[in-house]
Ligand binder design. Sequence first.
Ligand code: FMN
Length: 199
Amino acid sequence: MNKTSFRLDALESPDRYKLLSGLIVPRPIGWIGTRRSDGSNNLAPFSFFNLVSSSPPTVLFSGGRHPDRPKDTVALAGETGVFTVNIVSEEVAQAMAVTSERYEADVDEFAIAGLTAVPGTVVDAPMVEESPANLECRVVEIVDLGDQGVSRLVIGEVIALHVSDEVLDGTRIDNDGLRAVGRMAGNTYIHTRDRFALP
Ligand SMILES: Cc1cc2nc3c(=O)[nH]c(=O)nc-3n(C[C@H](O)[C@H](O)[C@H](O)COP(=O)(O)O)c2cc1C
């Protein structure tokens, strides 16, 4: 197999992004809800996101910067110590994309995307009612990536979760009911309907 090789430190940032985000696919999407100090809500998707342990139950996501400020989600998770993760199903994928646009720091993305914010039951952060499942999380640690403060990794412990009865069978999740979507390169996404089993 002929392969072209790249040294990551010799690449321009957009090329690094294109190569890495095109290769590490599909990526799950953490749709992260946070609360501002004035009580208003913030919501944005992050595909640098994953479940990294179930014991302790741990998720993480990383956020970069807007041109003028850090991503609000990262800043607010740091300030409040909590966040929610909302599962992106096919039904809410369009709304998810709307919440990813860059708005002023005080805009409520729930209202803009026509979504219903439900208060967390154990953390003070909003959940997306229309998502088939929601995780309530407490920040465990925030790690600066690199020495420029460009990107920050937020590690969280899942304290509680809420799953629609339509996708729940005991503690087993029905993939067909969940209809989760993942992110591929750029603006492309993937359904989770075409699966296969490996013994
Ligand atoms: C599917 C998807 C995944 C995204 N993943 C990330 C990510 O992992 N890290 C990041 O910094 N921005 C990511 N973005 C962009 C943010 O969602 C966007 O910058 C948003 O405005 C951040 O909002 P905030 O300032 O309220 O945090 C993603 C956008 C989309 C559509």
